[in-house]
Design a protein around this ligand. Structure first.
Ligand code: FAD
Length: 527
């Protein structure tokens, strides 16, 4: 075992010991008086299970874990801490797919949100089709795959999905929830009608655009800072059965981005796609990595030859049109017409027809494959940026043709545009000011002992973006000091702080985001 890993483990064990000592001594006696005491575990087995996340870049053990059976259990814990002289921090943890310890609660209690759904046969998803607009009431702990499966029974589905369906509803809507349908339907946070939130004072509040709107807008993209989302009412639309899934290869970034921007301006099928994303493939070395279940071996050979002969990255535009069996022929014809208007490399259009569920759940297939190779739970120093449309070519030349040109690290780079008008500025989520902006997701997998190198690449990108005034905003942001958080939120900062004071005045919630800390009864400080 490497020395650094070993020393991390020793530090972790010591941290657990110190945490337990200080926490248990000061709080456990008092917690014993609560009905939820039997649902709190301070055992090392419990706390160490919550001491890392998908990023696998840092370790921090909570003092204890709450396994709630109901929202009341959560409210009781939060009220206890809020009213205690020795308050402790509390972090709801969904699937733990964060990258940088955003679910950590050092010296505090992590709430295992998944425990809310255990023992509920209905999966805490209730579909309503009574009114004009169908919706689902969904537990904040639910995985999106479970929401999809439950709504499909009614011929319905959520209007926008993240690429991977195993994060929880509370986890993604605490960020935004973006994916290939967001250009048309907005991010997941634009598709929420109502929330149940347990605030940082332990109050259970139902909020919406009309009822307690301040809390509603605060919590959407609120990084868990305003309370625990225990239920979300989310918009649904009719589900189709199949997807015509298209991948087009480009060598010219201007044609690639122009086509992507055209596609996100089109109305629903038959005119356009239901899903638009894209990828950057830095060199031929990365081509085999895009194989997945889509490309055949001969496709991969052909694309590798193109990439090898190209002096620079190649680009992959990904689109999908959803359809039912009855409209298969017309959708195929429409897609053919649509492709005629696009400017990909001749002979480099590939398509497949797949069940819609398989398309939406495609990353799970990758997960299964990577797990079988032991490559899923590796460190993930991811960097996701929202880049204004006017700067995307500059971004491409600075990084994909510049600093990352010879990068051979494992990973995936996604790039696709979205429409700002589909977002709501009252929400906490932060995006660039231009009408169209790109999500650029640099999703490294550190499989070659290269964490430090990749983290340095990310830092370099952030510094260059800053110095060149590219106007980028980080998605799934990770900052550790006030100046950076303030810069990130920009003109939303003062609102964010005032909402924090209102809904979580002791700064108990989601301390792993490292935004606020509470120092005395009257002072709320930024870290
Ligand atoms: P966690 O990591 O458990 O929590 C994240 C934060 O939210 C923490 O601060 C936590 O305290 C807080 N939180 C969790 N639950 C609640 C709750 N119920 N109430 C209040 N606060 C809460 N994101 C996208 O937008 N689009 C993508 O396409 C996408 N693809 C991904 C693919 C993979 C393979 C992975 C690992 C992640 C991807 N993500 C994507 C990122 C993912 O959406 C976020 O990391 C999300 O936060 C994960 O949800 P989670 O349930 O794991 O949250």
């Amino acid at each position: 075992m490497e020395i650094t890993r070993l020393s991390s483990l020793i530090i972790l064990s010591l941290t657990i010991l110190i945490n337990l000592t200080s926490f248990v001594l000061s709080q456990l006696n008092e917690l014993q008086t609560l009905d939820i005491y039997s649902k709190i575990s301070t055992g090392t087995h419990a706390t160490s299970s919550f001491s890392t996340d998908f990023g696998n870049l840092s370790i921090s053990s909570p003092a204890a874990v709450l396994y709630p059976s109901s929202p009341d259990d959560i409210a009781m814990l939060v009220r206890f801490s809020y009213t205690s002289m020795k308050s402790f921090t509390i972090s709801p943890r969904g699937a733990g797919h964060s990258m940088n310890g955003q679910t950590f609660a050092p010296d505090g209690i992590v709430i295992d949100m998944l425990s809310l759904g255990r023992g509920h046969d209905d999966c805490r998803v209730t579909v309503s089709t009574d009114g004009l607009i169908p919706y689902a009431d969904v537990g904040g702990e639910q995985h999106w795959i479970d929401v999809l499966n439950a709504t499909l029974k009614h011929g319905l589905m959520p209007r926008v999905f993240t690429d991977y369906l195993y994060p929880t509803v509370g986890g993604t809507i605490s960020n935004a929830g973006i994916g290939g349908q967001a250009f048309r339907n907005g991010p997941q946070i634009s598709n929420v009608y109502e929330l149940d939130v347990i605030t940082g004072t332990g109050e259970m509040v139902t909020c919406s655009r009309d009822r307690e709107p301040d809390l509603f807008y605060a919590a959407l993209g609120g990084l868990g800072q305003f309370g625990v989302i225990t239920k979300a009412r989310i918009a649904l639309e009719p589900a189709k059965k199949m997807a015509r899934w298209v991948r087009l290869i480009y060598t010219d970034v201007e044609l690639f981005t122009r086509d992507q921007e055209k596609l996100i301006s089109l109305e629903k099928t038959p005119a356009g796609f239901d899903f638009v994303e894209g990828q950057v493939i830095l060199s031929e070395v990365q081509v085999p990595g895009i194989k997945s279940s889509f490309f055949s071996d001969s496709d991969i050979e052909k694309i590798t030859r193109l990439a090898a002969g190209n002096n620079g990255p190649i680009y992959l535009l990904e689109g999908a049109a959803y359809y039912d069996y009855s409209s298969a022929t017309s959708v195929a014809e429409n897609v053919t017409l649509l492709l005629e208007e696009l400017h990909y490399e001749s002979g480099f259009a590939f398509n497949r027809d797949v069940p819609l569920v398989d398309f939406l759940d495609r990353v799970h297939y990758e997960e299964t494959f990577l797990r079988s190779l032991g490559l899923w739970l590796v460190p993930h120093p991811w960097l996701i940026l929202f880049v204004p449309k006017s700067k995307i070519l500059d971004f491409d030349s600075k990084f994909f043709k510049g600093t990352l040109k010879d990068n051979k690290a494992a990973g995936l780079i996604l790039i696709y545009p979205m429409n700002r008008k589909k977002w709501d500025d009252k929400m906490s989520a932060v995006i660039p000011t231009e009408e169209v902006f790109y999500a650029v997701s640099i999703l490294w997998s550190a499989v070659a002992n290269d964490i430090e190198i990749l983290e340095n690449e990310n830092k370099k990108i952030l510094t260059i973006c800053e110095n060149s005034k590219l106007g980028c905003k980080e998605y799934l942001p990770h900052y550790t000091n006030m100046a950076d958080w303030q810069k990130h939120f920009g003109n939303k900062w003062s609102k964010f702080v005032s909402r924090k004071k209102k809904f979580d005045p002791k700064a108990l919630m989601s301390p792993g985001q490292q935004i606020f800390r509470w120092v005395s009864s009257s002072v709320l400080q930024v870290k």
